[in-house]
Design a protein around this ligand. Structure first.
Ligand code: GTP
Ligand code: SPV
Ligand code: MN
Length: 631
């Protein structure tokens, strides 16, 4: 087919056999005009020439278009429409069992120089991998529609926002991007006016021969998620799942944006963002970096259990932080929706999320109830007696395996969250008062510890480690270093990234920089149970943090930072035994020397590139640990 032909409007979908009163005419070439459009058209033509799709659909982001795309996926057996009585406007997708999480081993940073990717990333030679990608993408969209999706991260046109275009052959990705970002013609107007944009290309890698039946979840055993930080491009092949396919999310808003931030003087972070309102009505802004599946969405939707406190949600996964002229650090959530972990989300843990999911939600890899609603482990205390599991098989509670995949997720608009901040999409963002770093640590790391200053806080961030979760391929439970919760998401050398954090600190007014704390909701007793109730009760820790910021309470120095005075933590209404509290805050100098050894080993992997102030922090920590042992 000639290129000119596939640029014309597609025919009305006839496959469903449904009679439609008015033939839908979505997908035509946009009418937006302007100088910048030529480059977009050229690029789209190049990708089409390479991937050879049957048709091209320009996504306009309209409600009607979205509805048509969802209907089409239902007709093709790719989505199951949930019972609208329970879950209006909602769908279930079941992925291929081999395509259920981000594939970090197949994720590459193709910077010109290997040292710019650093030891924590898989580096690929850009010229070489371009050759590989060319081979993979050649004809990869045959028989499929190629969608062109213009999107903005952050409010369209905002001072901290950035725009991009994703080309994809997955309608599931299109409908997901529509929830997760600001999609539409307003973005094209910016491109037309000459704004810079990031190029992202996605193919599930499953071309269709004429007449060949499609799979419910097309994908390819061979996967490549490749980032070109020097040319601001992403190419993703073979996967339809989450961060592998919604390229605006981890690929753009973290890996590519971290590089843009390094160049322009800001930070792209794996952080939730909330506004905490105290009983006196004073508002504080908190951003928190926890690794994947370590509690960001939950804290973002916190319902405080201490009376008088309120939390408004601003974001649950990614924050972009930029020093303002006022010497404060300003933050936006560049996303427009939540792609949240389903298991463990229930009435007793995160009722806000449960309420957010009332409808208009795409669920992936959760279980299906006989009544056409969804279920997952933790939604209710008791499992329904009969379900269809995430792979489509009959399931009963006695089977000894979960009904929902551990990394099953919901995709839902942020606007549906009942406690969303009214200004969550404000272009200028909010000024930060507090930054939290955390991870999943069964031992050693106290419930909360305060950094003495910015540099110490950066040292803490650089030392975050966490037990692996199901959010990425790998052995669940194994302890791994995950500095700033950015290990899989930093698009450049992490030692340079640590240096960039130090530099950002210098641009903040010392008395206006956010205060930094480390938290750990996941410390366990010898019997393997969590010592801290977590969830809504995490507000008790936030309360202490805020009162520290306001200078209302003191703290106790420890070798690793400042701990709360026992009497300052509000424990009214909960029953945490004294022995558990002691253990929650225990700092064992011997175990911490072992932590310091691991830090030294980790820093050494960067071959002298770790900034000197962090090496000094390590020496100072060792000194304090020695002192604690002789005291
Ligand atoms: P990503 O979307 O992968 O980045 O994950 P996330 O950091 O947003 O994690 P999320 O809030 O979805 O939580 C992941 C898991 O941790 C869920 O099963 C939660 O129930 C559990 N969790 C969250 N907060 C707490 C807590 O305070 N205590 C305990 N014990 N578990 C928690
Ligand atoms: C994470 O793994 O941190 C996620 C899910 O938020 S994904 O978008 O797949 O990266
Ligand atoms: Mn995440």
């Amino acid at each position: 087919m000639a290129l000119a032909d596939i640029f014309t409007r597609p025919a009305a979908p006839a496959a469903s056999g449904r009679t439609v009163a008015v033939a839908p005419t979505f997908g035509g070439r946009p009418t937006v005009e302007g100088e910048g459009m030529a480059a977009l058209y050229t690029w789209v033509e190049e990708i089409a020439a390479l991937t050879q799709p049957a048709r091209i659909h320009w996504v306009d982001g309209s409600r009607a278009e979205n509805d048509a795309l969802l209907r089409e996926q239902v007709d093709e057996g790719k989505l199951i429409k949930l019972n609208p009585e329970w879950r209006p406007g909602s769908y279930l997708a079941r992925s291929h069992p081999s395509d259920v999480a981000r594939t970090e081993g197949r994720t590459f940073i193709a910077s010109e120089r290997e040292e710019d990717a650093g030891p924590t990333n898989n580096w690929a030679d850009p010229a070489e991998i371009r050759g590989t990608l060319r081979g993979l993408f050649e004809g990869s969209m045959r028989g499929r529609t190629m969608y062109v999706v213009p999107f903005s991260m952050g409010a369209v046109g905002g001072p901290l926002s950035h725009i991009g275009v994703q080309v994809t052959d997955s309608a599931y990705a299109v409908t997901s991007i529509g929830i997760m970002t600001h999609v539409g013609t307003a973005v094209l107007a910016q491109i037309a006016a000459g704004a810079d944009w990031v190029k992202t290309v996605h193919s599930v890698g499953a071309p269709l021969a004429p007449g060949e039946a499609d799979a419910a979840w097309p994908c390819n055993d061979e996967k490549y998620i490749v980032h070109f930080p020097d040319t601001l491009e992403v190419w993703s092949f073979g996967s339809g799942y989450g961060g592998n396919a919604i390229l605006a999310k981890k690929c753009f808003a973290l890996r590519i944006a971290s590089v843009i931030g390094r160049n322009e003087g800001w930070l792209a972070e794996h952080m939730l963002l909330i506004r905490v309102i105290d009983p006196a009505g004073r508002a504080y802004h908190v951003a928190a970096a926890f690794p994947s599946a370590c509690g960001k969405t939950n804290l973002a939707m916190l319902r405080p259990t201490i009376p008088g406190w309120r939390v408004e949600t601003l974001g649950d996964d990614i924050s972009w932080l930029r020093p303002g002229e006022d010497g404060r650090l300003w933050a936006i959530n560049p996303e427009a929706g939540f792609f949240g972990v389903a298991p463990g989300t229930g009435e007793s843990t995160n009722v806000t999320a449960v309420e957010t999911l009332w409808g208009n939600t795409i669920f992936t890899n959760v279980a299906l109830r006989p009544d056409g609603d969804v279920w997952w482990e933790g939604l209710t205390d008791e499992a329904p007696p009969h379900l269809t599991d995430w792979e489509g098989n009959p399931w009963t509670p006695d089977m000894g395996r979960p009904a929902a995949h551990p990394n099953s997720r919901f995709t839902v608009s942020a606007a549906q969250c009942p406690q969303i901040a009214p200004d969550w999409n404000a272009p200028q963002g909010v000024p930060l008062d507090v930054i939290l770093f955390g991870g999943r640590r069964a031992t050693n790391v106290p419930l909360v510890v305060e950094a003495t200053d910015w540099t110490h806080g950066v040292f803490m961030g650089s030392n975050i480690s966490s037990e692996r979760t199901a959010a990425a391929e790998g052995l669940v439970g194994e302890l791994r270093r995950d500095p700033f919760a950015m290990l899989p998401f930093c698009g450049y050398n992490m030692a340079d990234y640590f240096g960039h954090w130090l530099k950002i600190g210098q641009q903040l007014r010392f008395d206006r920089a956010p205060r930094i704390f480390q938290v750990n909701w996941f410390r366990k007793g010898a019997d393997g149970r969590f010592l801290w109730p977590g969830f809504g009760d995490n507000s008790r820790v936030i309360d202490w943090i805020i009162r520290r910021v306001d200078g209302e309470v003191g703290a106790v120095d420890s070798p690793i930072g400042r701990l709360p005075e026992a009497s300052d933590l509000d424990l009214d209404g909960i029953d945490v035994p004294q022995a558990d509290l002691d253990e929650l805050f225990a700092v064992d100098p011997i175990s911490w020397e072992r932590e310091a050894d691991l830090t030294e080993e980790f820093y050494a992997t960067f071959g002298g590139r770790v900034p000197a102030p962090l090496q000094s922090e390590l020496s100072a920590l060792r000194y304090r640990l020695k002192q604690a042992q002789t005291a």
